[in-house]
Structures are given as C-alpha cells and as structure tokens.
Design a protein. Structure first.
Ligand code: SF4
Length: 185
C-alpha cells in the first residue's frame, strides 16, 4: 500500500493514540471478546509427568478448568522453569477423552464398565486383603520374612512426599516387597 506523507502521519498518530490510552479503555472490549473463562486465582501443584516433580502455578475458572500453567518461581526444584510437556498440562486436564470414573473389566469380560469410587474402593481393599492373607509368608529357610510376593505397588510422578510416606507405610505394613516407581521402569 502506498501512503502519502500526510496519510502516514495520520495513521501513526492514531496508532500511538491507541497505545497511550488509559489501560483497559482501548483494549477491554477486544480482550473480553477472546476471554473464554474468568480466572478465579492461582493454585500450587506438581507436574504429573516425571519424577523431577516441578512446581506449577495453575489458574482455573469457576468450573475448575485449567486456563494456564506456568512454573512456580518459589518452588525449590524448578525455580519457575518448566519443559514443554508441563506447559501443555491444560490440554491433558481439559481433554474430552480424559477418564473421570473408574473402569472395571471383570475376569473373562471383553469390555469395561464404569463404576463409582464407592463401589470400586471396597472391592479393591477386599481383594488386597484376601490376596495378602492367602499368600503371606512368615519365614524362609528359618529366617523371618513376613512378606507377600503376590502384590506389587507402583507409585507415580505426581505423588508428593506425604503421598509417598503413606504409601510406603501401608505397603510395608501389608508385607509388600515389590514397591516401585514409574520413573524407574
Ligand atoms: S516440568 Fe518436565 S522435568 Fe519437571 S516434572 Fe514436569 S516433565 Fe518432569
């Protein structure tokens, strides 16, 4: 586009005027047009992808959808730095394909069915207890072992110190010896 000197000065003045308007006056309508949710504040959490356990600041809307994820500058591990996986966290959290209820596939069944947590947790607890009791070994070659080798426990990267403490107490109390972490597999 060819501009005369007069047109150039007019256009520059209009653009500069837009930039110098009080904050919000010129842009509020434009910003509002693109805003999908209203943020309600930041929460601290931990990146779920690997065992480094970087700290995140999460902004969510009133429905709990994640709007933004960024590094927590006060976190002792990452000091605000993040890799691309964790910045994509909103996509994982808000995905339509995300599982939100436990799925159960009975022995021999070819399909999964949804269950509630109230249904599935007693079922899991009952199976752990029965398996542990049926396979518990007290001694081996005269040495006290008090263990079961029929159950394994696998931790995940999103477990924090407190989760791991409780998981360790529970699994050792049950006599589990196969206690592992996702990051070592
Ligand atoms: S940000 Fe990267 S390094 Fe840190 S916990 Fe997540 S995946 Fe691991």
């Amino acid at each position: 586009m060819k501009l005369s000197r007069r047109q150039f000065v007019k256009l520059s003045g209009a653009s500069l005027g837009g930039l110098l308007l009080p904050r919000g006056a010129a842009s509020a309508a434009g910003i509002q047009r693109f805003r999908l949710h209203k943020p309600i504040g930041e929460r601290h959490t931990i990146c779920p992808y690997c065992s480094v356990g970087c700290g995140l600041l999460i902004a969510t809307d009133a429905q709990g959808h994640i709007l933004n994820a960024e590094g927590d500058p006060d976190h002792i591990i990452n000091r605000g730095a993040l890799d691309p996986k964790s910045i994509a966290l909103p996509q994982l959290s808000n995905s339509e394909r995300r599982l939100r209820k436990p799925l159960y596939r009975a022995p021999g069944a070819s399909s999964w069915r949804e269950m509630t947590w109230d249904e599935i947790l007693p079922m899991v607890a009952d199976r752990i207890k029965r398996t542990r009791d049926a396979t518990f070994e007290t001694t081996e070659n005269g040495v006290t072992v008090n263990r079961t080798r029929a159950i394994a426990f696998l931790g995940g990267a999103a477990n924090n110190d407190e989760d791991c403490y409780l998981a360790s107490k529970l699994t050792r109390a049950l006599g589990l010896v196969y206690v592992e972490h996702q990051a070592r597999i």
